[in-house]
Design a protein around this ligand. Structure first.
Ligand SMILES: Cc1cc2nc3c(=O)[nH]c(=O)nc-3n(C[C@H](O)[C@H](O)[C@H](O)COP(=O)(O)OP(=O)(O)OC[C@H]3O[C@@H](n4cnc5c(N)ncnc54)[C@H](O)[C@@H]3O)c2cc1C
Length: 510
């Protein structure tokens, strides 16, 4: 296993941060997979005199290894190779086991340490899954902070029989004490809430914010920074801090930054927001908004937050096809993340619903490993760019079906068939397959605003003026949840800034 010289030089810098000696205890056999893991670990150990490798017996999964201090178990185990997107998880585990404090809120750290019941997590990942490291890293942090918690990352490629026998068709798939626990991307706060229940935080002591931002994506953070820089008492409440950007692998259009990755960008954005006096409240969902003497926002957890002005930066989420079977077979063949779940469909028939850019990108990616890929487009023509249509048309195992409506996804414990209707003849047809990748765009996260009095357009987007104001004085909106013509990170950040300055102007006129 040869690490590239670029990775090695980055690695050297990280390994210099090891706080104390760590032991990697490896359980290997003589097979090819074990040899790969051995080569990988040897190469890492050669780069730091603080790392020692020893042999050990770690259970039934081979190859596997644990990272621990000489005198103390850590509860962190890697089964298979932590390469690809999991390489960072491996490095962070090394540093945290060595004694470096994980970068999480103190409150979250205290809640983790207060857990008393023994919890053993297992997370199945694919190395191309960009949603997996968040979950792996969160559970590793929990294991480092609390001896009652342990966590094993299982790399699906090396443990295919296990993945098959468990029927895992979507990663990350987390098991707790042997039972299915969660699936898909989740933050440490969300996992903690699932383990320990909702934070019983009482928000009554928060007082009245000048500006309360709802949303932790690019628009929300930009709005919060601009508001705080105006000296306003600013809060930011978000269900999933980071927003859609956390699902983005490569970003090449942040002006001034040639290339970055979603999680990296949003961690820098978080650091930037935290450098101002912004009260960040994570893992809380706002369920209603009402303008009384102040604007009152009710949270799903029961709390109420009050503000003189509110900026809604709610973003968007994947659009569902809304056909029978979609909900029932979610994570059992129906998926929204080709990068994450593609490798689980190797050699199988799959469908991609949607012939736009994301649909054809997914189809081309999947064609490399699936047996046959069917693209189903509702309209008579594909909407994707020609640069994607041409290779898709030329790829022998991609079949494009135009002018068809998906009618139903059927199966038993997992997806087995997809039924669709040819729209010109009304004839119903079916395809035998095991995976359905839904790629039909996004919808604004505004369904809860329907009866709020805030004006929405036909697409459910919040209608705003050039100051970012909605039709209700004091309530502003920004980013993908608004009726802005285009949806991009930089546009969201710009509109967040506009809404914050709009809110400031509104406040000084009061
Ligand atoms: C796969 C993918 C790739 C992309 N690639 C690029 C790219 O390369 N370049 C680019 O410029 N753009 C890209 N985009 C678009 C870009 O990510 C969005 O335009 C941008 O994230 C919008 O920012 P936002 O803050 O408006 O919304 P979001 O990023 O969607 O953030 C919304 C926030 O609101 C929170 N929220 C929603 N409802 C509630 C509620 N009721 N209570 C509390 N919190 C709530 C969410 O949890 C989240 O924190 C991509 C999008 C996707 C999906």
């Amino acid at each position: 296993m040869a690490l590239t010289s670029e990775i090695k030089s980055q690695l050297k810098q990280y390994l210099a941060l090891l706080e104390s000696e760590v032991l990697i205890e490896a359980d290997l056999t003589t097979d090819e997979h074990s040899q790969q893991v051995k080569d990988f670990l040897d190469e890492i150990a050669q780069m730091s005199d603080k790392i020692t490798i020893v042999e050990g017996e770690l259970g039934s999964r081979k190859p596997s290894f644990t990272i621990r201090k000489k005198e103390k178990e850590s509860g962190i185990l890697f089964a298979g190779l932590p390469l690809g997107h999991e390489f960072t998880s491996f490095i962070l585990a090394l540093l945290q086991v060595s004694g470096r404090t994980p970068k999480i809120d103190e409150e979250v750290s205290k809640r983790i340490q207060a857990i008393t019941q023994p919890l053993h997590f297992e997370t199945y990942v694919s190395l191309s899954c960009h949603n997996c490291p968040d979950v792996v890293q969160a559970l590793n942090i929990m294991a480092v902070l609390n001896p009652a918690i342990s966590h094993t990352m299982v790399e699906g490629g090396m443990f295919q029989d296990e993945v098959k026998s468990k029927g895992i068709l979507s990663v990350p798939a987390v098991y707790l004490n042997g039972q299915e626990f969660s699936s898909g991307r989740a933050t440490i706060e969300q996992l903690l809430e699932k383990i320990a229940g909702p934070t019983k935080e009482d928000f009554s002591d928060k007082g009245i914010y000048d500006v309360l931002v709802v949303g932790g994506g690019p628009a929300g953070n930009s709005a919060a920074i601009y508001a705080a820089r105006k000296g306003l008492k600013t809060g930011l409440v978000a269900e999933t801090f980071g927003g859609q950007v956390m699902e983005t692998v490569g970003i090449e259009n942040m002006i001034g930054t040639l290339y970055t990755e979603g999680p990296k960008l949003m961690s820098q954005v978080e650091e930037h927001t935290k450098s101002y006096d912004v009260d960040i409240i994570k893992a809380q969902v706002v369920t209603s908004i009402e303008k009384k003497e102040t604007i009152e926002m009710t949270l799903a957890s029961g709390g109420v937050l009050k503000a003189k002005t509110v900026i809604l930066a709610l973003g968007a989420k994947w659009r569902n096809i809304n056909v029978p079977g979609e909900e029932e077979f979610r994570n059992k063949g129906v998926t929204y993340c080709p990068h994450c779940d593609g490798p689980l469909f190797e050699g199988k028939n799959v469908a991609v619903i949607g012939g736009g850019n994301s649909g054809l990108e997914a189809a081309l990616d999947l064609a490399g490993l699936a047996k046959q890929v069917y693209v189903l487009e509702f309209l008579p023509e594909l909407k994707a760019d020609k640069v994607l249509q041409d290779p898709a048309n030329e790829t022998s195992n991609v079949t494009i079906l135009k002018n068809v409506a998906t009618k139903e996804i059927v199966g038993d414990s997992q997806v087995t068939e997809l039924h669709y209707v040819e729209r010109d003849t009304n004839e119903e047809r079916s395809i035998e397959l095991e995976g359905v990748f839904v790629q039909i765009g996004l919808v604004p996260s505004t369904s809860w605003l329907k009866d709020s009095g805030i004006e929405l357009n036909q697409r459910g987007e919040i209608v705003v003026d050039k100051y970012g104001s909605t039709n209700i004085c004091g309530i502003f909106a920004a980013g993908d949840c608004t009726d802005s013509a285009y949806k991009q990170i930089i546009i969201s950040m710009g509109s967040g800034a506009t809404a914050a300055i709009g809110a400031f102007d509104y406040l000084i006129r009061q």
